[in-house]
Structures are given as structure tokens and as C-alpha cells.
Design a protein around this ligand. Structure first.
Ligand SMILES: Cc1cc2nc3c(=O)[nH]c(=O)nc-3n(C[C@H](O)[C@H](O)[C@H](O)COP(=O)(O)OP(=O)(O)OC[C@H]3O[C@@H](n4cnc5c(N)ncnc54)[C@H](O)[C@@H]3O)c2cc1C
Length: 425
């Protein structure tokens, strides 16, 4: 870069990366050049994959948003590349251009680095996953599950849904609680949608489904009151529930074996894996012992303050939720803009106050809505179930695509108002 402007390199262009680039441009204006690097030239709207699968739609056709327009609007340069290394001491990153095979490694310098390239969803750590298990976290696995459901592969036997154990680093344990599973909204959403699918296809109901968790309580981060209410509803409906079950040791044709000796018989196994940092992160001076980027609640690394992190890659993002990454991107934008004299001290020093915000599809145009911060010591625990949360989930995605990810604050506020005050039961 020959420009005298500060060069901000953003690693990742999905929820956290795109939002960070947009917020940095919004707050820092023309004080920065921005480069965004992602291996894919599109954003994948992951939270809606289960809903598309259970409706029999191809998520690859409905949930990808070309990021080029959004990044052009943010006056950011997009590089389609595979990031291979971060070198904090030389303020460079190494990447391989990805548009064509055969490109040699390149090195790019930065003044600020925003690490927003999420995690690996480590299905490859679960023995037996590929031949015997399913998932709904990307379009490949979503379509594989859709084919099993709608193509006659699933014959109506018992179903197990749950998460592998999460391995959280300890460096930020004084800032956020320790989690046993990375993200347990999806298993709750999938169990509800699965029951509706069984009913609508004449194959039974909730009593065929066991939902399990390695934790003391599933989705504990949503707040005890909220989860207790959800579990009461689920148990009245006939779902089976297993907690403290340990990690997944192995998936076989007939079920799942767990590390603490338990086993579940299941024809269909729909799993969430461990969320694991990219392998080249482990051992970096900016990371905890697992490879998550250590930050304070202003999203800055304490040893290298020019390195910020946002979204699933950040150690303080627990649970791994896009909604928390969205809150963090605002802070990232203000922090960089503050350094460059574009945002005042008071606005820039508002720290992250994580809020679990989750709308889970239940099938039949119903959804549950959770807004809670009690896991972090706050006093908000809201649970609503009904048709309006479902409409909000669909509307939010449409609004996100229409605004190229720049969901106006009124979008979120209106969603909260509608879900909590006006309609939902
Ligand atoms: C089934 C499911 C349902 C979910 N539902 C919800 C929900 O309802 N609400 C919610 O808030 N959250 C939900 N989540 C969690 C949410 O999807 C994640 O928290 C969110 O996607 C994290 O955003 P991110 O940008 O940090 O990372 P990601 O979305 O993982 O994006 C990372 C980006 O970095 C790129 N990348 C990665 N490595 C490299 C590399 N080495 N080089 C170049 N590019 C790279 C990837 O291509 C990708 O574009 C759900 C997750 C799942 C699996």
C-alpha cells in the first residue's frame, strides 16, 4: 500500500468480517484503506440453514449473498484468498490467492488487523461422522440431511440431536463464563423442527427424539429460567433429554457412544461439533492455549493492540453466536476510528456487554425467540414462542440481504418490540 492512510486488513468476510468492514468505514471514514480477505466471495446466512432443510429447500440456492456489492459500497478491496499465517511482529499476514489454482503465497502488511475468520467446525474430530451422522451448518451437510429426509433415506427410527464438547481457552475466564458446548441454540431449533417434520410426514412425534448436551443444562447461556421453561415444554411434548453426557466418542451405524460410557441408539444423528480455531492460530502470541484470539472487552489484543478480533474467532465470543459478533463489530469500528481521531473517547470505550439473541425455527411457521444476558450476570431473560418470531426470523434475513448486511438499528429494535410487546404469546 502506498497510501498514507492506515491500512486495515480484515480476515474473513462473513457476518463478523463484513460487519467490521462496514463499521470501520462508517466510523473511520476516509482515514483508512480496508482490505477484506476471504476464501469465498459470498456470505453464507448460516442461522437459516436448518429452516431451509426442514422445508425441503436447497440452502445453497437461498442463503448465499454475493459480498462484492456490500464491500464496494464500503469502499473495501476484496481479495479471494486463503489466509495461511498471521505474523504479529512484522505486522503481516500470509495468504494464497484462491481464484485460480497454482498461486504462490503472498504477504500483505497492515496497520490494523481484524481477525474475523471464525472457526473450523470440527466434524473431522468425531470418529464415524462422515458415514453415519448428519449436520445442518453448511450447504453441503444441509443438502445431505435434506436428501436423507425427503429422499427416503430416513426410515422412521430413533433420532439423536446434540453437541460435541467445546474446548474453550482459559485466558479470558475472568471476562466471560466457561461453556461446555459452543452453540446450543441450533440443537434446540433442530429438535423442534424435526418433531414438526415427523408429524407432517406421518412418521411420529417428539418421543422419537433424544436431545443431548455435554453440559449441565442445554443452552445454559440462554439463562436458567428460559431453558427451564423450554425444557418443561419439550418434556410435556414427549422429547427425551440427556445432560452431562460427556463428549461424543464415536458415531456408528446404530447410534452414538459417549466418552463417559453412555450410548444412544439412533438411526438419524444430527450433530453440532466442537468449534476449533484454525490450526495455524495455536501457539501465536495473540491466542489462548486453544487458538482463540485473546482480547479485552473492547476487542483488542492486550499484547498487540493493533490486532482486534470479532465473531467466533474471538475468545470472548461465548457462545459462538453471530448476534454477539454483530455487537463486537460495532466496537471494532469505533476502536479503530478512535485511534485515528474520528470517534471520541466516550463513544469508543463502551465495552462489550454480551447479549444472547436467538430466534429458532420450530417448523409450521412457529419459532422461539430468546433475548438474555443472565449468564453474564445481567437481569434480562425473555422467551417468546409463536408465529411472530418466525416471521421475524424470515424478515431479518430478507432485510439483511436487501441492505447488504447493514441492518438498520431500527430493524433489531423493531424485531424486539414486535416479539416481546405486541404479538408473541
Ligand atoms: C446451524 C447453526 C445455526 C446457527 N444459528 C444462529 C442463530 O440463530 N443466531 C446466531 O446469532 N448465531 C447462530 N449461529 C452461529 C453463527 O452462525 C456464527 O456465530 C457466525 O456465523 C459467526 O460469524 P463469523 O463471521 O465470526 O464466522 P463465520 O460465519 O464462520 O465466517 C468466517 C468467514 O471466514 C472465512 N475463512 C475462514 N477461514 C479462512 C481462511 N483461512 N482464509 C480465508 N477465509 C477464511 C470463511 O470463508 C467465512 O466466510 C448458528 C450456527 C449454526 C452452525
Amino acid at each position: 500500500m502506498t497510501s498514507s492512510k492506515a491500512h486495515v486488513v480484515v480476515l474473513g468476510g462473513n457476518f463478523a468480517g463484513l460487519a467490521s468492514a462496514q463499521k470501520i468505514r462508517e466510523y473511520a471514514g476516509d482515514a483508512v484503506d480496508i482490505t477484506v480477505i476471504d476464501r469465498n466471495p459470498y456470505l453464507l446466512f448460516i442461522p437459516n440453514i436448518p429452516g431451509e432443510v426442514f422445508e425441503g429447500r436447497d440452502p445453497a440456492a437461498t442463503l448465499k449473498m454475493d459480498t462484492s456489492r456490500a464491500l464496494t459500497e464500503a469502499q473495501a478491496t476484496f481479495v479471494q484468498g486463503e489466509v495461511r499465517a498471521i505474523n504479529p511482529d512484522t505486522r503481516t499476514i500470509d495468504f494464497t490467492p484462491k481464484e485460480r489454482e497454482g498461486a504462490p503465497s503472498e504477504t500483505l502488511g497492515y496497520d490494523y488487523l481484524v481477525v474475523a475468520f471464525g472457526c473450523r467446525l470440527a466434524y473431522d474430530k468425531i470418529p464415524g461422522f462422515a458415514p453415519y451422522a448428519h449436520a445442518a451448518s453448511d450447504t453441503y451437510y444441509g443438502n445431505k440431511l435434506r436428501k436423507a429426509l425427503f429422499g427416503g433415506g430416513y426410515k422412521g427410527g430413533p433420532i439423536a440431536i446434540g453437541s460435541a464438547r467445546f474446548h474453550q481457552g482459559t485466558a479470558v475466564k475472568d471476562l466471560v463464563p466457561m461453556a461446555d458446548a459452543a452453540c446450543e441454540g441450533p440443537p434446540v431449533e433442530i429438535m423442534m423442527s424435526m418433531a414438526t417434520w415427523l408429524k407432517n410426514h406421518g412418521l411420529g412425534g417428539p418421543d422419537k427424539i433424544t436431545v443431548f448436551t455435554p453440559g449441565k443444562m442445554i443452552a445454559e447461556d440462554a439463562g436458567r429460567q428460559v431453558v427451564t421453561s423450554l425444557l418443561d415444554i419439550a418434556s410435556q411434548m414427549g422429547f427425551h433429554y440427556r445432560n452431562n453426557i460427556g463428549d461424543i466418542a464415536e458415531v456408528t451405524h446404530d447410534g452414538i457412544r459417549f466418552t463417559q460410557g453412555d450410548a444412544l441408539d439412533a438411526e438419524l444423528k444430527i450433530l453440532l461439533p466442537d468449534w476449533v480455531p484454525h490450526p495455524f492460530m495455536k501457539g501465536l502470541p495473540i491466542c489462548d492455549e486453544e487458538g482463540f484470539v485473546v482480547t479485552d472487552m473492547l476487542m483488542r489484543n492486550p499484547k498487540y493492540p493493533e490486532i482486534l478480533a470479532c465473531g467466533d474467532a474471538a475468545a470472548v465470543t461465548v457462545p459462538k453466536l453471530g448476534a454477539i459478533g454483530h455487537q463486537e463489530s460495532e466496537i471494532v469500528g469505533k476502536q479503530i476510528a478512535h485511534d485515528l481521531g474520528r470517534v471520541g473517547e466516550a463513544a469508543a470505550s463502551e465495552p462489550l456487554k454480551p447479549l444472547v439473541y436467538c430466534i429458532g425455527d420450530m417448523g409450521d411457521n412457529q419459532a422461539f425467540y430468546i433475548r438474555s444476558n443472565s449468564w453474564y450476570g445481567g437481569d434480562t431473560q425473555v422467551l417468546k414462542i409463536g408465529r411472530v418470531p418466525y416471521l421475524l426470523k424470515m424478515q431479518y434475513k430478507d432485510l439483511f440481504f436487501r441492505t447488504q448486511g447493514k441492518v438498520p438499528p431500527w430493524g433489531l429494535d423493531a424485531a424486539q418490540f414486535l416479539a416481546e410487546r405486541l404479538f408473541a404469546a
